[in-house]
Design a protein around this ligand. Structure first.
Ligand code: SF4
Length: 431
């Protein structure tokens, strides 16, 4: 039954109920709920049709990720062009912009480029995919620019033939390439750096095409796990479709740790995998085209739409103590960075701010005194060592100083530590 038939049936049921026996028999609460649900569904269909004058929107990997990291309703709010909180992205945005410009303008001193980016982004803001974004706070911009400059110092940003920065990709429903802003685009993405090179292979005595896909990450926690995410798969698929390389190197460039994580995909041996990844994106697109139900819960923590989401508001007033706790955690997570900044070097207001607290720290000569006292009582160094509890942090520090490479250190740590399951209280974020 379609929307209008169902609405007509409901209306008739209401009319009959009113005429015949009051409201009891027709269960008006149920009818009202059903009508609301139908109206909501219809509204979503209209929103989808109207988005940007296109029949259906073009999704980005980040939009698809919103569905799993937060909830389907977050995607719906995105479709409605609801403004969302991008404050947590400022540092990364500036770092990316500086690296991109260094890549395209190798003749200008990087410091000058960084200053230009800071001035522009902190005064005018920027436009992302046609959507204007507010100016960045200066401290975040400086932090982002410094991240980029330190990275460039250690790993100079490449430039030249076959190297593209912020490369745009767009595909239609059938995976034909289309211009980035084409109304037929169903999937779009921008890659930080794509390097295409022709290399010689001794084994086959022939040339092969290699594509390096570099993704700059400004988060401390971006590690090798990032190489097997939906976003990475999307990147491999679009480069595979455009360049048909023989080898794809997926690379995470962690700007804070100043290190790379890499994974190789042989497009011949792993063609089935790439096809599967492409089909997974198609499935995601079809799913997001459908009316999307809200699912408030742990996905609300760090959801960029929490401030504008009525379902989040409802959850925060919910009688359920766990759901209220989740809502409170999201509110604190959102407000705390601003409150911390605002209260720096100030007296607490309403008890909120920085308080002096006392804690005990060992003095610089604590180790020497302990050793002296121990040996004065005829204890040996071995006995003292056996009596010490070594924390994982201390063991890591020692391992660092006695090994020559990261690999040796990791191997040593592997030998002297073991995983242990324990109960950690808090909200487990959606993967
Ligand atoms: S705040 Fe919660 S319910 Fe609202 S869109 Fe985000 S995850 Fe969904």
């Amino acid at each position: 039954m379609n929307f209008y038939d169902e609405l007509e049936r409901m209306t008739a049921e209401l009319r009959d109920a009113r005429q015949n026996a009051g409201w009891e028999g027709a269960n008006p609460a149920r009818i009202e709920k059903r009508i609301r649900a139908l109206l909501e569904t219809k509204q979503q269909e209209m929103e989808i049709t109207n988005k940007g004058g296109r029949t259906r929107p073009a999704y980005h990997p980040t939009t698809i990720r919103m569905h799993s990291n937060h909830c389907p309703h977050a995607v719906r709010l995105w479709k409605m062009n609801t403004p969302y909180d991008r404050s947590i992205f400022h540092t990364g945005v500036i770092a990316h912009a500086v690296l991109e410009r260094i890549g395209y303008d190798p003749d200008t001193p990087p410091r000058d480029i960084a200053d230009q980016v800071i001035e522009q982004y902190c005064s005018q803001g920027r436009s992302y995919d046609g959507n204007p974004e507010p100016p960045s706070p200066i401290p975040d911009a400086i932090e982002g620019a410094n991240l980029a400059l330190r990275w460039h110092e250690r790993f100079p940003v490449p430039n030249g033939e076959g190297i593209n920065h912020e490369e745009h990709f767009a595909f239609d429903e059938e995976w034909n390439e289309v211009p980035y802003h084409s109304p037929d685009a169903r999937f779009r993405t921008m890659l930080d750096v794509v390097e295409i090179t022709e290399e010689y292979d001794e084994a086959t005595d022939g040339m092969f095409t290699k594509a390096v896909i570099r993704d700059y990450k400004s988060s401390w926690v971006a590690n090798a796990k990032e190489l097997d995410t939906f976003q990475r798969r999307c990147q491999a698929v679009v480069v595979w479709l455009r360049y048909k390389p023989d080898i794809i190197i997926l690379e995470i460039a962690n700007l804070r740790m100043r290190c790379h994580f890499r994974k190789e995909v042989n497009t011949h041996f792993e063609e089935d995998t790439l096809e599967q990844w492409r089909d997974d994106i198609s499935t995601a697109i079809r799913t997001l085209d459908r009316p999307l139900k809200p699912n408030p819960g742990r996905g609300c923590v760090r959801c960029p739409y929490a401030q504008r989401c009525t379902h989040f508001d409802k959850m925060s007033r919910d009688g359920d103590v766990i759901r209220q706790y989740i809502a409170a955690k999201e509110t604190v997570a959102r407000l705390e960075p601003d409150v911390r900044k605002a209260m720096k070097d100030k007296e607490p207001v309403e008890g909120v701010g920085y308080h002096e607290k006392e804690r005990k720290r060992t003095t610089p000569d604590a180790k020497r005194i302990l050793l002296e006292e121990w040996t004065a009582r005829d204890g040996t160094v071995e006995q003292l060592y056996a009596a010490l509890e070594i924390s994982t942090a201390a063991a890591t520090k020692i391992a660092k100083s006695i090994t020559d490479s990261r690999q040796d250190r990791d191997e040593l740590m592997e030998r002297i530590t073991k995983p242990e399951i324990y109960a950690s209280f808090g909200i487990k974020r959606k993967e």
